[in-house]
Design a protein around this ligand. Structure first.
Ligand code: FDA
Length: 497
């Protein structure tokens, strides 16, 4: 309610925000969470909460009148289509040189992501977060995050036999024939549920190709894990369809937070003003970076330091597809949940997820999302003439990622006598170098904040999401985001309450 005073306000309901809310509530603090996206708890016109990946509709995109699918073309045809403008679940946020995909709604990225729950190899950790003690992370916080997220492995004996992982078995065979290490990867999707889907005894979700626009069953999104636990404390309130636009010191202490309540057209209905003793920025790497950059530049939070907005990276994401021979079909039924990857980080700086391409027909395509080592980092800046925050990323900055991915897929193509698909990202375009699923950085730990996420320049302001991580996690990021949030909130609860 406008005029309210809350002890703790959390901006965003993704991984960082959910960890913060749960641990603060368990420590006896009342928490108000503010989420700009929808609650995603009510079925749509077809009786389902979420739309299928193969048939995007009004629920699928954040305030767009046309879909912006990561794979934009198929066999020469553009596949994007018009949809009604709506506060849908997937934001394809366009900056000058990159599209950043993000989840919108209660649960943040957990609503739309592949659920790959990967803990980085310990030997790589010092390169990811150099000022964080690896013993504590691997001894305490990674295990705590994995437990809290409900991480589980696929049953490998089952995986070997089912149609829906034919694509992954082809991926394994070809990786191994070229001498690359193939690894199984844990996930938060309930793998027992998937077995039942596959057997036809429960409604299908992953096996029906649901993913990018939400999973109706099986996926343990944050709504079912951290947020359910947080709500059960009785101390956490979540306001969906509310967007934070400003945070500034309040005259009597604490912070004045301005919040727009929005309609499903994205238009503000009312602006509310709330006073909060502590504010946690958990709006995601892009959301938090945009807010902090604007608030510093426009004088709402002038004491933030010069590191705000810096150190943003794409986790080296690059996509590609390969065309297999007729004797290597990848299956007309593909589970939307990835279970495996090619881990060549040590030798070539690439961790490539063997990804599904759930089209419902046989395509003979192998599809990969590579996470690569790249030196390039972008910076956010305030553009006073447009009133927007810009990001200076350039598409050409993906070249090191393409070069790294080629060390794997050129070799596999040579060995198999196959070629790249050139039809998935445009016409005669091999590399999906226009996007990232893994935005990281913009308020780097121990630079824009102290070593636990306390923003420099103010006491009572915190960053607790992917923006703390300097641009790369060497693997898919959400387990690291969650574990870091667990580490930081423990220190904050112990010292700042
Ligand atoms: P996150 O983005 O989750 O949450 C931020 C929340 O804040 C959002 O709900 C947003 O709407 C809200 N918000 C933003 N600005 C606001 C404002 N001003 N006011 C109020 N609310 C605001 N990772 C992984 O580890 N394994 C995987 O398999 C995948 N797969 C994958 C697929 C796809 C398609 C995507 C888009 C992403 C992935 N990811 C992934 C990435 C993963 O989802 C991502 O790293 C995390 O969700 C980031 O967590 P955060 O807590 O940083 O923010």
């Amino acid at each position: 309610e406008s005029g309210a005073h809350v002890p703790a306000l959390v901006i965003g309901t993704g991984y960082g925000g959910s960890v913060a809310a749960l641990r603060l509530a368990q420590a006896g603090v009342d928490v108000q969470m503010v989420e700009m996206g929808m609650a995603w708890d009510t079925p749509g016109t077809d009786g389902k909460i979420f739309a299928n990946t193969t048939s995007p509709d009004y629920r699928s995109y954040w305030l767009r009148t046309r879909t912006k699918q990561p794979i934009s073309n198929f066999l020469g045809f553009p596949i994007d289509k018009d949809v009604p403008r709506y506060t849908g679940i997937l934001d394809a946020e366009q900056f000058s040189g990159i599209i950043v995909y993000q989840g919108r709604g209660v649960g943040g990225g957990s609503l739309v992501n592949g659920g790959m729950a990967v803990t980085p190899k310990r030997e790589n950790f010092p390169g990811i977060l150099p000022t964080v003690n690896p013993d504590e992370m691997y001894g305490t916080y990674y295990p705590r995050a994995n437990a809290g997220l409900g991480v589980n492995f696929v049953d490998q004996a089952w995986w070997e036999t089912v149609d829906c992982y034919q694509f992954a078995r082809v991926g394994r065979k070809q990786a191994q024939r070229s001498g690359f290490p193939f690894v199984f990867v844990p996930n938060v999707y309930d793998m027992d549920y998937m077995k039942q889907e596959s057997a036809g005894t429960v409604p299908k979700s992953a096996v029906a190709g649901e993913l990018l626009y939400g999973n109706n069953y099986g996926k343990k999104s944050l709504q079912k894990t951290y947020l359910a636990q947080a709500k059960a404390t009785g101390r956490v309130t979540i306001s969906a369809m509310h967007k934070v636009t400003s945070v500034a010191p309040a005259p009597g202490g604490g912070f004045t937070v301005l919040i727009d309540q929005i309609t499903t057209n994205g238009d503000p209905i009312t602006t509310k003003s709330v006073t909060a003793d502590k504010v946690f920025f958990a709006a995601g790497s892009v959301g938090t970076s945009k807010l902090l950059t604007k608030l510093k530049a426009t004088g709402a939070l002038p004491n933030l330091n010069g590191e705000v907005g810096k150190g943003w990276g794409d986790n080296g994401n690059v996509m590609c597809g390969r065309a297999n021979h007729i004797w290597d079909p990848t299956g007309s039924v593909q589970a939307s949940i990835p279970t495996a990857g090619i881990d060549n980080w040590t030798n070539g700086g690439v961790f490539a997820e063997v990804a599904p391409l759930p089209t419902g027909i046989e395509t003979w395509a192998s599809f990969y999302l590579s996470i690569t080592k790249t030196p390039n980092r972008g910076q956010f800046s305030w553009n006073a003439s447009t009133g927007q925050v810009d990001l200076n990323w350039q598409t050409a900055w993906k070249q090191p990622s393409i070069d790294a991915a080629k060390t794997i897929f050129d070799k596999i193509n040579a060995k198999e006598g196959t070629i790249y698909r050139t039809d998935l990202f445009g016409v005669y375009k091999v590399w999906g170098d226009h996007l990232t699923y893994h935005p990281l950085g913009g308020a780097i730990l121990d630079r824009a904040t102290d070593n636990y996420g306390r923003l420099q320049g103010y006491s009572g302001l915190y960053v607790i999401d992917g923006s703390l991580i300097p641009g790369s996690t060497t693997v898919n990021p959400f387990v690291t985001i969650t574990a870091l949030a667990e580490r930081n909130i423990e220190n904050i609860v112990a010292r700042d309450l």
